[in-house]
Ligand binder design. Structure first.
Ligand SMILES: [Zn+2]
Length: 209
């Protein structure tokens, strides 16, 4: 696979990363959310867990140098670079039912849930019924009373985040399809991903070799 891929607006891709490789996710135009999900290649039942990530980091936010964890409480990715610093661990993927619920336009609406699960099905991976993505660049403002508000992303053109894989993974990336709110600044745009090699492998994982 070419190591640099443009993901057109409202679509998704699947790619593989080996332990130690990095994925750079670039917001080409700015204000575009990217739904990011992953499963272990060794054990398809081990998947990215935003709940466990919140638990282990003891925070609803995630910052540079912190980790994304799996449902088995293993470190799956480390955030090694981040030019934005505002991402979301709370929201599910957008899906037809969500568009129907909020906007009454769910029928035939492109959505991150299908853009991720369709790629998983193509690969014969276990059906990822409940995909809880890491929503890169999504700007969810949590208030002191526990309510929250989704604001336009803080990402500007060519802002990026770099995730280092700490195990061999299938990665699913979708350029979010919401144009009905401020989530993507009101307009759906393309994003770019670049796979890179990392010099040093993570020493705290046992997934390699
Ligand atoms: Zn979406």
């Amino acid at each position: 696979m070419n190591n640099e891929v443009t993901v057109p607006a409202k679509t998704g891709i699947k790619l593989r990363l080996k332990n130690g490789e990095t994925l750079k996710v670039i917001d080409i135009e700015g204000e575009q959310v990217v739904d990011f999900f992953a499963s272990s290649i060794e054990d398809g039942n081990e998947v990215l867990s935003t709940g466990v990530t919140i638990d282990c980091n003891e925070s609803l936010k995630i910052n540079k140098n912190q980790y994304l964890y799996t449902n088995h409480y293993n470190k799956m990715f480390q955030i090694v670079e981040d030019t934005v610093g505002s991402h979301d661990l709370l929201h599910p993927c957008c899906r037809k039912e969500m568009y129907e619920h909020f906007y009454k336009n769910g029928e035939n609406h492109s959505n991150c849930y299908e853009n991720i699960t369709d790629k998983a099905k193509e690969e014969g991976l276990p059906l990822l019924l409940e995909v809880h993505p890491f929503n890169i660049f999504m700007n969810t403002k949590i208030k002191t009373d526990g309510s929250f508000e989704v604001l336009a992303p803080l990402s500007k053109a060519n802002d990026y985040i770099v995730l280092k894989a700490l195990m061999d993974v299938n990665v699913f990336v979708a350029a979010c399809s919401v144009s009905e709110s401020d989530c993507n600044g009101g307009r759906c745009k393309s994003i770019k991903v670049i796979v890179g090699k990392s010099e040093q492998k993570n020493s705290s994982t046992t997934a390699s070799t």
